[in-house]
Design a protein around this ligand. Structure first.
Ligand code: PGA
Length: 265
């Protein structure tokens, strides 16, 4: 399956820092690009809203790096001061939107039904939707981690057509591993990714000539304290099709090491 790597910058970097990072990455990629099959690897960066347009200009030439937004609003347009719609994002070159990151679920109290609307809006605007899921430490300690993730996927991916499922990505990010340095064990990663694959297959596999086993083809990315030291082992796990990287995506040389780890996995 195709591999995906997304650097999620969250609320970090000035425009100058973002520009320098992208220029460095482009120069490094120039060296290794000839050895990479671009049809089997998607490299993406998620800057803040205000940097999407200028970064799109920088990467516009060959689109080896794709542009990702960290969020969008769940309505199409209207009187929602301070919000950004999916159509606006597609319009400035965004190809994928992160939906339901745990920081938004916690701080902005985003619920599964609002997230389901966002997923629909992103797909309707012709972009890829990356839905994040993952349990809290309390849920894991109570043995509810699978039930929690199942509910997020059942309610967040409601009413998707087979056509829409083809533009869906999932990130499994245990909340307790995000930004904490406490990475999930490989057993946890394998257990949860296999479980998510089964849910996706149960929900979205359609056997027909046109749509063949769709749920099995949805990429599942791991996120949560992934770094150059542990990336290779994580990317080697079954049903891990790439990574959603936060802290380690802020430094271009670290991010390059993670790119190499994924390509070699
Ligand atoms: P982290 O963040 O790599 O800093 O843990 C991952 C994420 O929030 O997507």
């Amino acid at each position: 399956m195709k591999k995906y790597l997304i650097g999620n910058w969250k609320m970090n970097k000035t425009l100058q820092e973002a520009t320098e990072f992208i220029k460095y990455l482009l120069s490094q990629l120039e060296v290794i690009k000839k050895d990479i099959d671009s049809s089997s690897f998607n490299l993406m960066i998620a800057p803040s809203f205000v940097h999407l347009f200028p970064i799109n200009e920088l990467i516009d030439k060959d689109r080896f790096i794709q542009l990702v937004a960290q969020n969008c609003h769940h309505e199409t347009q209207g009187a929602f001061t301070g919000e950004v719609s999916a159509t606006m994002l597609a319009d400035v070159g965004v190809q994928c939107v992160i939906i339901g990151h745990s920081e938004r679920r916690v701080y902005q109290k985003e619920t599964n039904d609002v997230l389901a609307s966002k997923v629909k809006k992103v797909l309707a605007a012709g972009m890829y939707a990356l839905l994040c899921c993952g349990e809290s430490m309390e849920q894991r300690n109570a043995g509810e981690h699978k039930a929690a993730v199942h509910q997020q996927l059942k309610e967040g991916l409601i009413d998707l057509t087979p056509f829409e499922v083809q533009k869906l990505l999932i990130a499994y990010e245990p909340v307790w591993a995000i930004g904490t340095g406490q990475v999930a064990s490989l057993e946890n990663v394998i257990e949860m990714h296999d479980f998510i694959r089964k849910i996706l297959s149960d929900q979205h596999d359609i056997l027909s000539d046109q749509y063949d086993r769709l749920g099995e083809q949805v990429p599942i990315l791991y996120g949560g304290s992934c770094n150059p030291q542990n990336a290779g082992a994580i990317f080697g796990c079954s049903n891990v099709n790439g990574g959603l990287i936060g802290g380690a995506a802020l430094q271009a040389d670290h991010f390059m090491e993670i790119i190499t780890a994924l390509l070699e996995a």
